[in-house]
Design a protein around this ligand. Structure first.
Ligand code: GUN
Length: 294
């Protein structure tokens, strides 16, 4: 069997096009959705992500503003900036790009963002709302995007056994919350695996849907996948490649070559989950603007 490719790029394009009239409507009512993105330091991957987020906003008609701070910025300075953005009525969404430099406490920063502007869904209030299925909570963009990809590519989620490899606050845990909800896109049986899971391959082989989000290049190999399973690869890892123009290339957490002959459907890297993440950030920014206008 050769797996069907689930193109995040195509689904993301459709979803972004569907959002444009919504943004137009808000603008006609005199409200331009506004997103502020904060980048501290010079992490090369973060610089790329932040640039892509800004471009996607511009294309969709969302006003975006990227604030870059030097690596040595203190926590106090960052908190003061967040307070300013919290109070700015033109800013409906605030995103602090992670990771932050080591002198800054990430949790203190994420808690400082007003929950109603927290389009990343990382504030504990939104984590709680998502966990109990309150639709006013912001769903973290990456798991929200994975759920949309599954729904829009016709994968049966309800009643399926979903195995998530990785328990991060950004992907694994909120992914489990979304798929457990008693709602469309939920009702799955969810197992979350991590570095201490015993006999991981036997667990992953029990998955109807396998979601890899561990941040290790090609960690999930073909023998860890049940024939016919759907495989979603959240990983974006740089590996050295002297033949590539930049000296590296991007690979996922799944060994794509080994997996594509076993799975029934699989997401590529790049062009899979990545474009969906940015799309769902745009959706969250529009949700924040709408909730603010109500
Ligand atoms: N770093 C990696 N993923 C994310 C994300 O979804 N949001 C933010 N703010 N930082 C990230």
């Amino acid at each position: 069997m050769l797996a069907r490719i689930i193109s995040g790029k195509e689904i993301a394009e459709e979803m972004r096009a569907a959002l444009v009239p919504e943004i137009e409507k808000l603008k006609q009512a005199g409200i331009t959705p506004g997103l502020s993105v904060v980048l501290v330091g010079e992490n090369p991957a973060s610089q790329v992500y932040v640039r892509m987020k800004g471009k996607a906003c511009e294309k969709a008609g969302i006003h975006s503003d990227t604030i870059k701070l030097p690596t040595e910025t203190s926590e106090e300075e960052l908190l003061e900036l967040i307070d300013r953005l919290n109070a700015d009525t033109a800013v409906h969404g605030i995103l602090v790009q992670l990771p932050l430099p080591k002198q800054i406490n990430e949790q203190r920063v994420l808690r400082r963002v007003r929950p109603d502007k927290d389009v990343d869904g990382f504030h504990p209030e939104n984590v709680g709302k998502v966990a109990i299925g309150d639709p006013t909570g912001f769903r973290p963009a990456t798991p929200y995007g994975v759920q949309q990809m599954l729904l829009r590519s016709g994968v049966e989620i309800e009643g399926s056994h979903v195995v998530i490899v990785g328990r991060s606050n950004i992907v694994g845990r909120p992914m489990a919350s979304l798929l457990l909800q008693k709602d469309k896109g939920g009702n799955a049986t969810v197992t979350v695996c991590h570095s201490r899971t015993k006999n991981l391959p036997s667990v992953t082989r029990s998955a109807d849907i396998l979601i890899a989000a561990i941040g290790k290049a090609r960690f999930v190999t073909g023998d860890m996948i049940r024939p016919g399973a759907v495989v979603i690869d959240v990983g974006v890892n740089r590996v050295n490649d002297p033949t590539a123009e930049k000296g590296y290339r991007l690979v996922g957490d799944v060994d794509f070559e080994g997996a594509k002959g076993v799975a029934s459907a699989i997401t590529p890297v790049p062009g899979g989950v990545g474009p969906m993440t940015i799309t769902m950030l745009l959706y969250n920014t529009v949700q924040a603007t709408r909730q603010w206008a109500d």
